[in-house]
Design a protein around this ligand. Structure first.
Ligand code: SF4
Length: 358
């Protein structure tokens, strides 16, 4: 049984854990031993940490958790994609996706319970925002994935593209990135970590100043405010030109290319004219464009364009000198579009509640 008020080790930086060890009367180097058990050896309980004294383990056990979350179920598709549905201490549920592309193994993590951005292609927007995830709740998603891999597999990449707007949970996300990146943590190179945003301008400016070489992906999905505000209602307060300006600034400060994510939706943003206008908007921005046909979401009646239209869109951007990647939809069978599995679970719960009411 989890206790919400108890902190977990996965919330802590090395220096915080060192201070904790010293406060219990143990030497500071014990912190690295504990972290090595968790991040290297995959320990999930203090009991497994055999080089710590029984008394020290007992003291830790009484006040702290190693993990604060628990994997509820894992759903797999034939393409190797796996979706982890994870219970939080307050009984909320989040999801994380494991993606395999050859030797590249990526954990796609969530940063909030629900989301306030209400993107029109995303099931999570339907549920609204409940709360930010803690540092440990973010870090543990990657740990659950790592601990689930086969012996000859290695977690190589982390993308903050699950449920939630990462830059609206800025402090916890940046601390989680530092833990995932640290030698004493998961040791994932910053260049293999990507933070995705709908374009939170102050967050983009702050991130540029952090001195961490993470990739920034911006969910653009349109070339003008009229269409973008329909797809992403929060755009009304942001404005597409401000986003492109902040992207230029991010590159100037970090020298890291920006990725623009563009979900192709039939009849909305996928015509030849849309491609031409997008190319004009991004002219001179050091970037690449990731195109992805929309995942059909039952509630929104959105569908992807034909293969012919997708290829036309791609070629039009390339003709204008943009670097374009056409991404394949992965995990359709398990509704791997952002938030869909959680939504289905909620529907199931709602149905159950209706039954109870009757
Ligand atoms: S796509 Fe991302 S930012 Fe938009 S509503 Fe879904 S979770 Fe939120």
């Amino acid at each position: 049984m989890y206790k919400m008020e108890i902190q977990s080790i996965t919330d802590m930086s090395l220096s915080e854990l060192e201070a904790l060890c010293v406060s219990i009367g143990e030497p500071a180097y014990r912190a690295k031993q504990i972290l090595s058990w968790i991040y290297e050896k995959g320990a999930t309980a203090f009991d497994e940490m055999s080089n710590l004294s029984k008394n020290f383990r007992k003291q830790l056990e009484e006040k702290y958790h190693v993990f604060q979350t628990k994997v509820d179920s894992i759903v797999q598709t034939p393409d190797g994609t796996e979706k982890f549905l994870t219970h939080l201490p307050d009984e909320n549920v989040i999801e994380c996706v494991l993606l395999r592309e050859g030797r590249k193994i990526t954990a796609c993590v969530s940063t909030q319970v629900g989301c306030a951005m209400a993107c029109q292609f995303c099931a999570s927007g339907l549920l609204g925002l409940e709360r930010n995830l803690t540092v440990g709740e973010i870090v543990e998603q990657a740990l659950h994935v790592k601990n689930h891999l086969q012996h000859d597999e290695r977690l190589t990449n982390i993308v903050f593209m699950g449920i939630g707007e990462p830059l609206k949970n800025y402090d916890n996300v940046v601390k989680a990135v530092r833990i995932l990146n640290a030698e004493w943590g998961l040791g994932i190179g910053a260049r293999h970590i990507t933070i995705s945003t709908v374009g939170i301008i102050d967050g983009m400016h702050r991130l540029a100043q952090e001195g961490i070489q993470v990739n920034l992906a911006i969910s653009l999905h349109a070339h003008n405010d009229l269409t973008r505000s329909k797809i992403i209602p929060s755009n009304k307060k942001i404005g597409i030109n401000n986003i492109v300006a902040a992207a230029r600034e991010y590159f100037k400060t970090t020298r890291r290319d920006i990725s623009f994510e563009y979900i192709l939706i039939d009849g909305v943003n996928a015509s030849k004219q849309d491609a031409e206008s997008l190319a004009r908007l991004l002219k001179g921005v050091q970037c690449n464009v990731n195109l992805l046909p929309v995942n059909p979401v039952e509630e929104f009646h959105l569908k992807p364009p034909s293969q012919e239209t997708i290829e036309m869109f791609c070629k039009t951007l390339e003709k204008h000198g943009l670097v374009v990647t056409l991404r394949k939809r992965k995990g359709d069978d398990i509704n791997a579009a952002c938030g869909q599995l959680r939504l289905q679970r909620h529907k199931f719960l709602w149905k159950k509640e209706e039954l109870f009411v009757k």
